[in-house]
Design a protein around this ligand. Structure first.
Ligand SMILES: [Zn+2]
Ligand SMILES: [Zn+2]
Length: 261
């Protein structure tokens, strides 16, 4: 874990900060890019923004928290969307913490598909939430308050960096959106929740398609996460970057995410 953290710090220093600053500057000049969550119709409370600001500072690497997130498949749909906003707002395009978290989740998903493909009940149980979203359990919702400074909260809910990432990688993540999250009755790229909904303890529907989907995302996340290491600098692609959006959509659902992308 220490190596991952030091790798993150090292790479963040080494990678071109000028590039990120330039991208953010260009995005902020675009009048179509809203300055905050309020403009998107998806309002984040002060308490939620503050919690996630604290989370991305280091709690994400805490073994207890990581174990919880593994059992909950990340955050719920609402809090996963807030997490992506706050992480982008503070880390611009350097989402190494999120890459490590979702790489871990997808390696587990991949393992479950490999190990339990022939045992529907076991696969179904492993892919289900075995713990509640940590933020929901702690009582955070759209009304949560905070004593964080106005500056911290304002910056945390700035959508500029997320919108920039979203538009730059949209050709890739749009192909991964769950059709049932879009309101259709069926689809080929189902998120985890809709995949479970369509399956049962007796029969898994669309097993091979889901296995391929998870394998693809795990591979992209490994490449994305690795691109933050000094020895793999400049190897990241837009397709790798898009995988962080697709991974959050698969684990938690696309509903809230699509409101802010
Ligand atoms: Zn939640
Ligand atoms: Zn879905």
């Amino acid at each position: 874990m220490k190596t991952e953290l030091s790798g993150l710090i090292m790479t963040n220093r080494k990678r071109s900060k000028r590039e990120a600053a330039e991208l953010s500057k260009q995005a902020s000049k675009n009048p179509e890019v809203p300055a905050s969550d309020v403009d998107s119709g998806f309002t984040m409370s002060d308490g939620e923004v503050h919690y996630l600001w604290y989370f991305i500072q280091g709690s994400i690497m805490d073994p207890f928290t990581r174990h919880w997130l593994r059992r909950a498949w990340g955050f719920c749909e609402r809090h996963a969307a807030v997490y992506l906003v706050v992480d982008c707002a503070y880390h611009q395009i350097y989402l190494h913490g999120a890459a490590i978290l979702y790489e871990d989740l997808f390696l587990h998903a991949q393992l479950y598909f490999k190990r339990y493909s022939m045992v529907p009940v076991a696969l179904h149980m492993r892919l289900s939430n075995r713990r509640k979203c940590p933020m929901c359990e702690l009582g955070y919702d759209e009304k949560s308050r905070s004593f964080a400074t106005e500056e911290t909260l304002k910056r945390g809910r700035d959508l500029t960096n997320l919108r920039e990432l979203s538009s730059r990688t949209s050709v890739h993540w749009k192909q991964q959106v769950c059709e049932m999250c879009l309101g259709k009755n069926e689809g080929q790229h189902l998120c985890r929740q809709h995949f479970l909904h369509e399956s049962s303890y007796i029969q898994i529907k669309g097993l091979e398609l889901q296995r391929q989907h998870v394998t693809y995302l795990a591979d992209q996340l490994i490449r994305y996460s690795r691109s933050f290491q000094w020895e793999y600098r400049d190897t990241g692609t837009l397709e790798n970057e898009a995988s962080i959006i697709s991974a959050i959509g698969w684990c938690s659902g696309w509903g809230h995410l699509l409101k802010i992308l």
